[in-house]
Design a protein around this ligand. Structure first.
Ligand SMILES: Cc1cc2nc3c(=O)[nH]c(=O)nc-3n(C[C@H](O)[C@H](O)[C@H](O)COP(=O)(O)OP(=O)(O)OC[C@H]3O[C@@H](n4cnc5c(N)ncnc54)[C@H](O)[C@@H]3O)c2cc1C
Length: 465
């Protein structure tokens, strides 16, 4: 790395100017001599320190060849990153890296797994498709291929993300789980400890997702259950479950779809529905329910749009209360805004429940060796239990900084749209509870903000990039 000597050239001019002006000002001989000596001393003793100041850590920006060498070197444990460091190579991490690149800012992504978009590659079931139409799931600057269907399959979405990374030359560092991050006030840099190296950076972007860790509920006796117990993050398809009795715990989008998948594979499925929830058809008269809601919201208040959507849902799905799925007091959009809770978009599970191929059961009191006891006292045996109990953020476990993210739920403390920026150069992408659409909005805002700082820093530094 080299900081050019031209950086302190202006200071030389300044001191020379002051030095000369003292010579030409009418002053007493003694004053003049003392001032001259003092200025001479200041100029030549302070300038080397100015140079030192310019080499303080936040200005130490290595060039790329040295950075690469540093990455290669087994001995080097601490690496200074010139641009932002992004944690997580999911859609959010890729989106912000691309937005930064568009604005001329280099970045590095650390990813804990050995692939991009690990949620989609490793933790999702085979029949998964995007829940929302593709136009609401595009990342910035790249559309889905026109030949993709309105709801792309999981494989199509993964291939889109791979093409996205390729077209922006994004190459994450894999196998680098970030375990600890703290802001060092004396250096004015973030210290990031990953699996194999330590990193220092001025800008830290948290993109580890709302779904980083599977949630496994603590239910009495769960460890005594002798059957097969797995989370939906492990479930791939129903082939292994043909003819067996399976209990699916949780009725969000994953729970409903896994129940449908199991049923289609010949399993006897029971679905635990504990709370009230909104199930909506994925499409209303051929139009995506999500798109229709967004459009209606431009003209009408939330309460009216909720009323219209619920009326249409009733016409298409019937009264879900009659099949054991009671609706909450407030409408789906009102609830989404107030609590972030997403309504379930039905892709066929409701019909299976209506035909009693999927049985709705109440909450679990405790597990037994062979099954469960429900809160109504009924005891049933099951061969397998699949926990569709969702995911949670893992940020609170590694980000050792209290103001930006909540320790309680691992989300930024400020809600959308003020969630994306923390203090001291910390940012977040993908914690909006608004899926890929929200991640894209965050990515643009974060990149814009960092690019502004990067450019002003560049003006002050002459770099060997
Ligand atoms: C089954 C399912 C279907 C969904 N369908 C849709 C949909 O159709 N439309 C939509 O808009 N949204 C959908 N979502 C919601 C959301 O958009 C996706 O979860 C999306 O993948 C979020 O992207 P992300 O990059 O924020 O998080 P993730 O995709 O979870 O990516 C985060 C990355 O960070 C890595 N990571 C985590 N912790 C660390 C660490 N400590 N160090 C280094 N790396 C780390 C992970 O390995 C992962 O690769 C869906 C979610 C799920 C679970």
């Amino acid at each position: 790395m080299s900081v050019s000597s031209s950086v302190w050239l202006p200071y030389k001019f300044l001191f020379t100017f002051l030095y000369l002006s003292f010579w030409f000002c009418p002053q007493s001989t003694l004053q003049l001599s003392v001032s001259t000596l003092f200025l001479f001393f200041c100029t030549y003793s302070f300038l080397p320190h100015l140079n030192e100041l310019n080499r303080s850590p936040q200005n130490q920006i290595p060039n790329y060849s040295q950075w690469d060498e540093a990455m290669m070197s087994k001995e080097l444990k601490q690496v200074l990153i010139p641009g932002p460091l992004i944690i997580g190579a999911g859609p959010s991490g890729l989106a912000v890296a691309a937005c930064l690149k568009k604005r001329g800012v280099p970045s590095l992504i650390l990813e804990k797994e050995n692939c991009m978009a690990s949620l989609w590659n490793l933790k999702t079931y085979d029949r998964l498709r995007l829940h929302l139409p593709k136009k609401f799931c595009e990342l910035p600057y790249m559309k889905f291929p026109s030949e993709f269907p309105a709801y792309p399959t999981k494989q199509q979405f993964i291939s889109y993300l791979e093409d996205y990374a390729k077209s922006f030359s994004i190459e994450p560092m894999f196998g680098q789980e970030v375990r600890w991050t703290k802001y060092d006030r004396s250096m004015r840099l973030w210290q990031v400890e990953a699996k194999e190296s330590k990193f220092l950076c001025r800008w830290l972007i948290v993109a580890t997702g709302e779904n980083a860790e599977p949630v496994v509920p603590e239910i009495a006796g769960i460890s005594n259950f002798g059957g097969r117990l797995l989370h939906t993050s492990i479930y791939k398809n129903g082939a292994d479950f043909k003819g067996s009795k399976v209990l699916v715990v949780g009725c969000g989008n994953s729970g409903m779809e896994v129940s449908l998948d199991l049923c289609n594979s010949g399993a006897q499925v029971s679905l635990v529905v504990r709370d009230k929830l909104h199930v909506l058809p994925r499409e209303i008269f051929g139009i995506s329910t999500f798109a229709l809601s967004m459009w209606l919201l431009k003209w009408f208040p939330v309460s009216l749009v909720d009323g219209l959507i619920l009326l249409c849902s009733r016409m298409i799905l019937g009264d879900t209360g009659q099949i054991g799925i009671k609706r909450p007091e407030f409408g789906p959009l009102h609830l989404k805004n107030a609590t972030g809770k997403t309504p379930v978009l039905d892709v066929g599970a409701v019909a299976k429940i209506r035909s009693s191929e999927v049985k709705v059961v109440c909450g679990i009191r405790r597990f037994t060796a062979k099954g469960v006891e429900f809160v109504n006292g009924e005891v049933q045996e099951f061969d397998s239990v699949i926990l569709a109990t969702g995911y949670r953020s893992n940020v609170a476990s590694w980000l050792k900084e209290g103001n930006f993210f909540s320790q309680k739920d691992g989300y930024p403390k400020n809600p959308f749209p003020n969630n994306w920026k923390g203090e001291d150069g910390a940012y977040s992408v993908g914690f909006t509870r608004r899926g890929l659409y929200g991640a894209s909005i965050d990515a643009q805002r974060v990149a814009e903000d960092i690019a502004r700082q990067w450019k002003s820093q560049m003006k002050h530094l002459h770099l060997d990039l």
